[in-house]
Write a protein that binds this ligand. Sequence first.
Ligand code: UD1
Ligand code: CA
Length: 469
Amino acid sequence: MGVSIRVSSISTIVVLAAGLGTRMRSNLPKVMHPVCGVPLLSHVLAAADAVEAGRRVVVLGHGHDLVRPILPDGWEVCLQEQQRGTGDALLSAVAFIDDGPVLVLSGDTPLVTGELFRSLVEAHAASAVDATVLVMRPADPSGYGRVLSGSDGLIDRIVEHRDATPEERRVPEVNAGMYVLPGAESLEILRGVGSDNDQGELYLTDVVAGLRSRGRRVGAVLLDDPDAALGVNSRVDLAQVQALMRARICRDWMLAGVTVEDPDSTHIDATVRLEADVTLLPFCCLRGSTSVGRGSVIGPSATLIDTVVGEECHVRHSYTEGAVLARGVKVGPFSYLRPAARLEDGAKAGAFVEIKKSTIGAGSKVPHLSYIGDATIGVGTNIGAGNITANYDGREKHPTVIGDNVKTGADTVFVAPVTLGDDVTVGAGSIITKDVPAGALGIARCRQKNVLGYAGRRAGDASGEDDGD
Ligand code: UD1
Ligand code: CA
């Protein structure tokens, strides 16, 4: 109980996210680069929700107009006009900081979790120190600031990799870039710190030596998982972090009852929702707001973007975006479902089928080689192979309405707008330009003519014609 009271004693959470991200070589602000479908910064902010605080502020600068829209409610923005370093970034948040402890986080460490932040804050509250630095021992410490400790186990100072001597670079403990600092005092120290370093920047890490010289105690919390606070500075780091998060997401879903046959080739965005007893076969990519219901099998080789899949469906070798599949729907192999494609219970989109902004009624099937756009198809209808809704006249899109229990022959073209009633049959090869009433046969093709003895006639022996049918 005592601990939780102290945990909530963080006055302000400050997330540093104004940096140019020069090493990304990108027009997009670094913190906007997605990892498993979600911007770097959003992962950090979501984790920071686990810590209670008086105020929450994100320091923005480079591309701030692009970043603002992704900030959840409760986060305030402070602008760092010029990116003069992490110390300057904290200074720019002066209006949000009081005497109390500040939790300072980096916006470029997407693998962090709420648990990690809580344990940092709890460790700080439980020890008699004035500041706490989160420390890690990554496999490759290069690029990180080295944490130099005294014989008392407290931290003396942090030296950036590029400013460190060869001996200092051998220190395996690095600064994870997350701290609990005394608010007002840290700002006071930063105001007196110079930028006499390799980058000519104002370093937040210099607060540590500043606190020590004032007789303050700076403690460390060592992360047991060396990957948990990896920072993203380049696209190489981005790929490394993405691989780790992808593995974490697959593992979490497996523990929640999802079979992932080949986690190495399975990409699931952090935003995707899956029910137990879903099976993901190799080479699947589930993106955005996609959700999959119990008992469904996805893959092999399926990409689902913002797609809602109900229970007991099977989607093989297909690409779907913005589609809705009800229960027991079969898709693929090689189908392309586009936004507002809706397949009702037991419907099927088979091989080489493209469906856009159309409803395929319960039990209806579009089994082979068809394009269905702006169409409404009733229940129990079978669309023949190679059917096309000619929905576009070059200016506007027009609807095709097909009733229940309709059978259309192969190679039918529906020239929209056009309506077929219930129980209609359409002859193969028809170009349907007029409505077909319920129960009728619609047939619209040239009569066949057979020229008998044609082979002989070519040899100069014409022997007559047969009108055929
Ligand atoms: C920083 C630390 C380093 C630590 C590492 C951990 C300093 C000087 N160094 O280095 O000790 O090991 O993080 O990941 O702090 N930012 C601003 N304004 C600025 C500059 C940066 O808001 O003017 C933000 C960035 O957007 C980023 C964060 O601060 O989210 C860290 O900056 P970055 O340049 O990535 O620092 P590192 O070189 O990684
Ligand atoms: Ca960084």
